[in-house]
Design a protein around this ligand. Structure first.
Ligand SMILES: Nc1ncnc2c1ncn2[C@@H]1O[C@H](COP(=O)(O)OP(=O)(O)OP(=O)(O)O)[C@@H](O)[C@H]1O
Ligand SMILES: [Mg+2]
Length: 263
């Protein structure tokens, strides 16, 4: 451009010598102003890319650890609890009070460790940046796994706005739904489960796990059934100020949890 302008229009005003001096000066000025900015932009892009890569690697590592925990520890713990149950069943007739208590505390410990591991897995699977993996995906994964393991058909109808749940609530609601589903498998002899989640009020929500099984005896709500599942759900509900209810309604068992929003 400079050369063109100089030769076509500036020859009468700018001498050859001066023009030759001005050319490198102009190049220098352009470099200092435009190119420096361009290089700075490239550098920051490079930096962002590097950061993104590191974050992705960290996420992959977390997913890897989560899978390892799930496939290794969680499965073994499940087997362990089944075995403890079986041993207890076999010795049912000859159990002394002390032994019964031992079994009870053993079962409780296994249950708690199981719960910790599950929470750790859930925690690992929630990425540092919550936007990058929707929580619902883990619920659908859970349902899929359950369907596959048990053969019970599960219908999910979900319209709960995810932003109404805090991170902690998401983890806890996940555990609650899982426990309710495992209970159906263990106790209800049901063929179908319906899981429903929806908004309630201005900021509240409601989640329901329903099955078509045999139902339960009325003493279930007195905390002496020997299980920890419902107890944990109750404790969780108290801590997070959720409502919790398990009841029967026209041949169906319903587990309902929810949170009141502002009206
Ligand atoms: N969906 C259901 N249908 C029928 N009975 C149920 C259902 N959910 C729970 N129950 C009854 O409630 C009892 C208590 O459940 P809870 O989850 O507290 O204990 P658990 O499942 O027996 O043991 P754990 O959860 O500690 O492994 C169960 O023993 C079962 O009789
Ligand atoms: Mg249970």
């Amino acid at each position: 451009m400079w050369e063109y302008v100089r030769h076509s229009f500036l020859l009468p005003y700018v001498s050859m010598d001066l023009g030759n001096w001005l050319a490198p000066l102009l190049v220098f000025l352009v470099t200092m102003t435009l190119l420096r900015k361009l290089f700075a932009m490239m550098e920051s892009l490079q930096e962002d890319l590097q950061k993104e890569r590191a974050a992705k690697a960290a996420l992959e590592e977390r997913e890897h650890i989560a899978r390892e925990l799930h496939d290794g520890i969680a499965q073994s713990l499940f087997l362990l609890s089944v075995r403890v149950d079986r041993v207890e069943q076999t010795h049912k007739g000859i159990l002394t009070e002390a032994l019964r208590e031992t079994y009870q505390s053993l079962r409780k410990t296994v249950y708690e460790v199981n719960e910790y591991v599950r929470q750790a897995i859930a925690g690992l699977r929630y990425p540092v940046n919550p936007a990058s993996m929707p929580w619902m995906e883990s619920i659908y994964n859970l349902v899929e796994e359950f369907r596959h393991d048990t053969g019970i058909s599960v219908h999910v109808s979900w319209s709960l706005t995810e932003s109404r749940l805090t991170m902690k609530e998401k983890v806890e609601l996940y555990s609650t739904i899982r426990e309710a589903m495992i209970n159906v498998y263990k106790h209800a002899q049901a063929s179908t489960i319906w899981i429903e989640g929806r908004d309630a009020g201005q900021e509240g929500w409601r989640c329901e796990v329903k099955d078509d099984g045999q139902g339960f005896l009325p003493d279930i709500n007195q905390e002496s059934t020997g299980g920890f599942g419902l107890m944990m759900i109750r404790e969780r509900a108290v801590t997070l100020q959720w409502s919790f209810e398990i009841r029967q309604e026209s041949q169906h068992t319903l587990v309902i949890i929810g949170k009141e929003g502002k009206q």
